[in-house]
Design a protein. Structure first.
Ligand code: URA
Length: 204
């Protein structure tokens, strides 16, 4: 482990909130603000997206644009709402022109993601789209084919369960993905019952 593997203690005091990070000069220029995760710090479900888009950059919260509406609807359909779950991104600053985050940017932000995962220690991580799935599993992922699968991933010195999902925006471009996304969210909900308490113990 070298210095860049550790969350900068001055930039991330509580494992959740990043302040004043300037590791990625291009993103420092393109962002309006750092977009931290939202939701309970002890949530059973931690959803992980790619990076903030324009609306998230403007409002300072992950998944508050059209993708967020799709996510909210799917959560509601299984009896959950945003207040029950935590949502964050692999990269906390909006990339210019909504391009994918670069490998170096993903690596720069990884200590903050790891710190958040270890602080929340959820029952389940849910990756929204290809970038977070590949980032957390450390391999190529065919998200459409692997959506709904649960794998183990090493995060720091812990092992976390990861449920692969298509990105909510995929359902806007390809309506056939709606059923897939709904199925994944239904599976995720089994790990978080009322008030975010896991109901897995009630499954044989
Ligand atoms: N897409 C993402 O991956 N993250 C967001 O916060 C919004 C859209």
């Amino acid at each position: 482990m070298n210095d860049s593997d550790d969350a900068d203690p001055l930039a991330c005091m509580d494992g959740l909130t990043v302040t004043g990070c300037e590791r990625c000069p291009e993103l420092v220029d393109s962002r309006s603000r750092i977009v931290d995760g939202t939701g309970p710090a002890d949530a059973d479900l931690l959803f992980v997206g790619e990076a903030p888009g324009a609306t998230e950059d403007e409002r300072g919260e992950p998944f508050v644009g059209r993708s967020g509406d799709v996510l909210d609807d799917a959560l509601r359909d299984v009896g959950l709402n945003r207040a029950d779950i935590r949502i964050t991104n692999c990269v906390r600053c909006r990339p210019p022109d909504n391009r994918d985050p670069r490998q170096g940017e993903l690596e720069n932000c990884r200590p903050y993601l790891n710190a958040e995962i270890q602080r929340v220690d959820p029952e389940l991580l849910v990756t929204l789209g290809k970038v977070p799935a590949e980032h957390l599993l450390g391999r190529d992922v065919a998200v459409t084919g692997e959506a709904g699968e649960v794998y183990d991933a090493s995060v720091g010195d812990s092992v976390q369960r990861v449920l692969v999902s298509v990105h909510p925006a995929a359902t806007l471009y390809d309506p056939s993905q709606k059923e897939t996304f709904a199925g994944v969210i239904k599976k995720a909900a089994a790990y978080a019952g009322d008030g975010g308490q896991s109901t897995l113990g009630s499954f044989d």
